[in-house]
Design a protein around this ligand. Structure first.
Ligand code: KIV
Ligand code: ZN
Length: 516
């Protein structure tokens, strides 16, 4: 049996059709190009009959992609198949993917058809698709809840009619790995001609079992897995591409299989999809989450510093992440602190490290994450200085259609209060311009991100900014239920850090000149 498992990516079809994941034509084409860099075997580009936009995107992708096979979805009806073929006919490697539901639940409640009718539709559709395109995939929707005898009969008919790939989806994410695997084994045992086609797994994640089910299918002879980047897809999503690929790579010896994926492109693909759709992955998402290669517990950090294999089963580099991170927070130990100081250019003797560690623990109790600037402030004995600088007292902004965004801010510096206003390209820009007017300090914003840290309409937004002052980068972070307030506070934090650093530098220079 072939060792290679084909990766069929359906990010642009099953993924894109789910809430919050839609993309326009240009975005779909960018994603398709990245999927090709990732070296997926098949890109399912869309469902051309669904809309004119879908048709156009599939057609564009079919004309653009050169290496991967480009598939288009079609129900088992002539009109759908014609539209699918119209969209992909110019692809270097086209595939028509046609499907019909096979479970009695779907037959009775959705299709209102008998098994005989479904069998006839299958044969007609697959034969018709085959007359247009040599590469035809047939899917039995809701296969995992279908009667196995009927499934065998239908799969045999589809193979006989020319299908070269048979997909058996767990459409509603209901199957357990053992059951899903057994279905593949039964099909392989009972269906004539099955050895001449590729069996495919397509799992949804309603019970969080999509990846486990896909691997169970492979264990029982499937050689194609249908999956999506970041696991996006209907309801709880589809099997996640990165998890499947890295499970196969990391445990390849045990599983006896491999894929053709360039795993170094995984992180980039995940990031691109998040930025195109605005759908971020949770911090602890396997492989691509912000915490996937981050260690905070002191014991783990110690182990990592001695040898990464103590706590990492794959390298971050293998998925395209530069390096692991030892997150400095209240659970970190002395060893990690010493290491980070060394990376910052401070070789600390034991007594200084002790003192820095005590100060670090005090700061870590108050802050979620400690930045390099905090560590430098600790070592230079200036923890708390930031509080002496500009504070936001009040902020008022007006913006909207046909209104020039304007911000009015009141800042406090010790006992002094300053009020000023400015206009800008947007409310945040107006607020930043006002801060510049009041402080007389101009910075260059190099990074700005905002994310929700709680749920609901009154969610708290966390704003992170990185700004360059006098050629040096400073970070600022703030949380607020009002994103403009959060944005102003985050920028002020970065600016205050710059002011602290400048003041200290000046003091040091003065001391040096006095000594001279
Ligand atoms: O989940 C499913 O059954 C599908 C098919 C259309 C392949 O997405
Ligand atoms: Zn699906």
């Amino acid at each position: 049996m072939e060792h290679r498992v084909h990766i069929f990516d359906t990010t642009l079809r099953d993924g894109e059709q789910s809430p919050g994941c839609s993309m326009n034509l240009e975005e779909k084409v960018r994603m398709a190009r990245q999927l090709e860099h990732l070296r997926v075997d098949v890109i399912e580009a869309g469902f051309p009959i669904a809309s004119a936009g879908d048709f156009e995107a599939v057609q564009f992708i079919a004309k653009t992609v050169e290496q991967s096979t480009v598939a288009a979805l079609a129900r088992a009806v002539k009109q759908d198949i014609d539209r699918a073929w119209e969209a992909i006919q110019y692809a270097k490697h086209p595939r028509i993917h046609t499907f019909i539901a096979t479970s009695d639940i779907h037959l009775k409640h959705k299709l209102k058809k008998t098994r005989e009718q479904v069998l006839t539709d299958t044969v007609t559709a697959v034969k018709y698709a085959k007359s247009l395109c040599d590469n035809v995939e047939f899917s039995c929707e809701d296969a995992s809840r279908s009667d196995i005898n009927f499934l065998c009969e239908l799969v045999a008919a589809a193979i006989d009619s020319g299908a070269v790939v048979i997909n058996l989806p767990d459409t509603v994410g209901y199957a357990l790995p053992e059951e899903y695997g057994a279905m593949f084994s039964e099909i392989r045992r009972r269906v004539p001609g099955v050895d001449n086609v590729i069996l495919s797994a397509h799992c949804h994640n309603d019970l969080g079992l999509a990846v486990a089910n896909s691997l169970a299918a492979v264990h029982n002879g499937a050689r194609q897995i249908e999956c999506t980047v970041n696991g996006i897809g209907e309801r709880a999503g589809n099997a996640s591409l990165e998890e499947i690929v890295m499970a196969i790579k990391t445990r390849g010896e045990k599983l006896g299989i491999e894929t053709n994926i360039d795993t170094h492109e995984i992180y980039k693909s995940s990031k691109l999809l998040s930025s195109l759709t605005g759908m971020l992955v949770q911090r602890n998402k396997a492989i691509v989450g912000a915490n996937a290669f981050a260690h905070e517990a002191g014991i783990h950090q110690d182990g990592m510093l001695k040898s990464p294999i103590t706590y990492e089963i794959m390298t971050p580099q293998s998925v395209g992440i530069k390096h692991s991170t030892l997150v400095l927070g209240k659970h970190s130990g002395r060893h990690a602190l010493k290491q980070r100081y060394a990376e910052l250019g401070y070789e600390l003797p034991a007594d200084e490290l002790d003192r820095a560690y005590q100060a670090f623990c005090t700061v870590a109790d108050k802050k979620k994450e400690i930045f390099d600037e905090d560590l430098i402030a600790i070592i230079e004995d200036r923890v708390g200085d930031v509080d002496d600088y500009y504070q936001l007292e009040t902020i008022q902004v007006s913006s909207g259609t046909n209104v020039r965004p304007t911000a009015t801010l009141e800042l406090r510096l010790g006992d002094q209060r300053f009020v000023d206003s400015a206009t800008g390209d947007g409310p945040v820009d107006a607020a930043y311009k006002t801060i510049e007017r009041i402080t007389g300090v101009t910075g260059k914003l190099t990074e700005y991100s905002i994310k929700s840290v709680s749920l609901g309409r009154d969610a708290i937004g966390e704003v992170f900014v990185r700004a360059e002052f006098n050629g040096v980068l400073y970070n600022g972070r703030a949380v607020s239920t009002d994103i403009i307030t959060g944005s102003a506070k985050a920028y002020l934090e970065a600016l205050n850090r710059f002011l602290v650093a400048s003041k200290r530098k000046k003091e040091a220079e003065q001391q040096t000149s006095v000594a001279v």
